[in-house]
Design a protein around this ligand. Structure first.
Ligand code: HEM
Length: 134
């Protein structure tokens, strides 16, 4: 019966030997975060409600202002019209600090979506929200 489903292409392992399902999945990337910097650790920080944005209340951000924050120490990024201070998130990024820093100070919507359209940045960066890009 299983073989029949496989031949029909139903299930992720269609056409592969049954043994394949017992092997660990290969690591997708060459990056690893330091201990204490997992997405779960970040989620705990977000859940604490701490304001990580560096501003008291949401403010409008011009493209010129955004441009001024493009270093590891001071890193702003714009995704889908919203601007986030991602400095505190950098070490938690599963693909490393540089991937974000290299795309900071600009509207990074396209590169963000290209890499992980499924990632919910509004939730992850809730406490880092600075305001809207004007
Ligand atoms: C600043 C906002 C960003 C957030 C909140 C974010 C968040 C994440 C999360 C949660 C993952 C893990 C996804 C998963 O396992 O399904 C991830 C992976 C990744 N991110 Fe980002 N990301 C951001 C920006 C970027 C940018 C600007 C790039 C540009 C190159 C990028 C490139 C990647 C890549 C290549 C991976 C895959 C790593 C792997 O699994 O090997 N990210 N990111």
């Amino acid at each position: 019966m299983v073989a029949l489903f496989k031949n029909l292409g139903i299930g992720g392992n269609a056409g592969k030997a049954a043994d394949d399902t017992k092997k660990p999945l290969p690591r997708r990337g060459k990056y690893s975060v330091a201990p204490g910097y997992s997405q779960l650790d970040w989620a705990r920080k977000v859940a604490s409600g701490e304001n990580l944005s560096g501003v008291d209340k949401p403010t409008r951000v011009t493209k010129d202002e955004l441009k001024r924050h493009c270093s590891e120490e001071d890193c702003w990024i714009s995704i889908k019209g919203k601007v986030y201070n991602v400095t505190p998130y950098l070490n938690y990024h599963p693909a490393g600090v540089k991937k974000i820093v290299n795309n900071s100070g600009i509207d990074a919507t396209q590169v963000f979506m290209m890499n992980h359209a499924w990632v919910n940045e509004e939730a992850i960066l809730r406490n880092c929200f600075i305001g809207y890009l004007t």
